[in-house]
Design a protein around this ligand. Structure first.
Ligand SMILES: [Zn+2]
Length: 429
């Protein structure tokens, strides 16, 4: 099994390199927008969908020969091609979503990129000849040798690198690396069911209740305060701009901290268990119910995503259990389905005589259901073709600074379909 993973590092371009990067961001944006405009215009007059190859000719090759787009020649051609590749992927996702081929949240049609977007990015593939040098710098065509803070080593030769500038004005290199095979961990006996608790981050079928650590809640409180300060600043003022950057920085810190913590937790769970089952909560659907706050706050989706790709990478089983299954009110000892319970009921007794903690009972049921489903699926070994992206790219969400709603000290991120980021998926082949 081969898995592609992202490795992100801070990079520190000097001022000339920052200027060159700004130019690359700008050119990529122009090509993307030109392509989008052409397709929209063709559609408006009832014309055919402009093919990928034609589009590339029109907005890159021919555009370079014109006076008003001649400057496209000053940046790496790969950067421009990759911007169009993003546009093509965004269109494909949109079409697949509107025809029902793609499951989950509806994907919006591609939208124009703006110089005001909080996240600016360009991608270099292998044929652009980017290179990690012996002196630790990253050589980028037409940019230069940019110093990298190597917080950990790259496991192998990267196939692409995305250079990102975030809202907090930080620069990152995000490498895609195909991991070596043979990383499977030695098999272990135990299996685990995990329930998303209402009062805990997660409840495990072995009786463990996991709470988000204090330092995380503390940084979330600080973020909330900064967001309130931001909302009081006048629109368009210099003070508002400063406050936006402050919020973005605090946001990045919360996201980084939470991700680190979730990485440690998910790695431990994968190491200690052969099979992991979680309730398939379909977070998008829940976002509209009263459970929304706890679900979004806890970052459950990204955690489940980590478990999933680590399970594939390390040879473990991961399965989501049908969310319509009454995991809370079914007795894990006798199987009896009891009456609905109010959310504030934390413990209950079944007529069979078993006393249950609400969440631990649910986790045990998830474990049992996951095992049963695994047995059914035996023979035809089912493995997901695509693993949802662990949201790790640069450690910050695209619109971090714009998110102003917050609940219980942890910000609720404004979800937006990121149609233009095809490469943020971990792909299992
Ligand atoms: Zn019972």
């Amino acid at each position: 099994m081969v898995v592609q993973l992202r490795y992100n590092y801070r990079i520190t371009p000097d001022s000339a390199q920052r200027t060159a990067l700004a130019q690359a961001f700008g050119c990529a944006r122009v090509v993307f927008n030109d392509g989008l405009r052409l397709r929209q215009q063709a559609r408006a007059v009832g014309g055919k969908y402009v093919s990928d190859a034609d589009l590339s000719k029109l907005v890159i090759t021919r555009a370079k020969a014109t006076e008003e787009r001649a400057w496209l020649g000053e940046v790496s051609a790969v950067v421009l091609q990759q911007a169009l590749a993003d546009l093509n992927t965004a269109y494909r996702n949109f079409f697949a979503s509107s025809t029902g081929k793609r499951k989950g949240r509806k994907v919006a049609p591609p939208r124009y990129r703006s110089r005001k977007d909080n996240r600016q990015a360009v991608r270099f593939t292998r044929n652009s000849r980017f290179k990690v040098l012996d002196n630790g710098c990253l050589r980028l065509p037409k940019i230069g040798d940019v110093p990298v803070r190597w917080s950990r080593t790259l496991p192998s030769e990267p196939s692409s690198v995305t250079v990102i500038r975030d809202a907090a004005d930080r620069y990152f290199a995000s490498f895609v690396v195909t991991t070596a095979e043979g990383e499977a961990l030695p098999p272990v006996e135990s299996e685990l069911g995990i329930d998303l608790g209402l009062t805990h981050f997660a409840v495990l079928s072995d009786g463990t209740k996991v709470t988000a650590p204090k330092f995380l809640r503390r940084c979330a409180r600080k973020l909330k305060r900064l967001q309130q300060e931001l909302s009081r600043k006048q629109k368009g003022s210099a003070n508002r701009k400063k406050a936006v950057v402050k919020v973005a920085r605090a946001h990045a810190r919360v996201a980084d901290t939470r991700r680190d913590w979730q990485h440690k937790l998910s790695t431990n769970i994968i190491r200690e268990n052969q099979a992991i089952y979680v309730e398939d909560l379909c977070v998008v659907g829940l976002g509209r119910t009263r459970l929304a706050k706890s679900v979004h706050d806890a970052g459950w989706a990204s955690f489940a995503g980590m478990l999933e790709y680590k399970a594939i990478r390390y040879g473990r089983t991961f399965r989501r259990v049908d969310r319509f299954f009454p995991s809370t009110r079914m007795c894990s000892s006798c199987g009896r389905v009891n009456d609905k319970m109010a959310l504030n009921v934390r413990a209950w007794d079944c007529p069979c005589g078993s006393a249950h903690d609400r969440d631990i009972n649910a986790a045990k049921n998830i474990l049992a259901a996951g095992r049963a489903e695994s047995l059914n699926a035996c023979g035809a070994q089912v493995r997901p073709a695509f693993v949802p992206a662990p949201r790790t790219e640069a450690g910050i969400r695209p619109d971090a600074a714009r998110s102003t709603r917050s609940v219980e000290g942890i910000s609720v991120l404004q979800e937006r379909a990121s149609t233009s980021e095809p490469a943020t998926e971990v792909i299992a082949a």
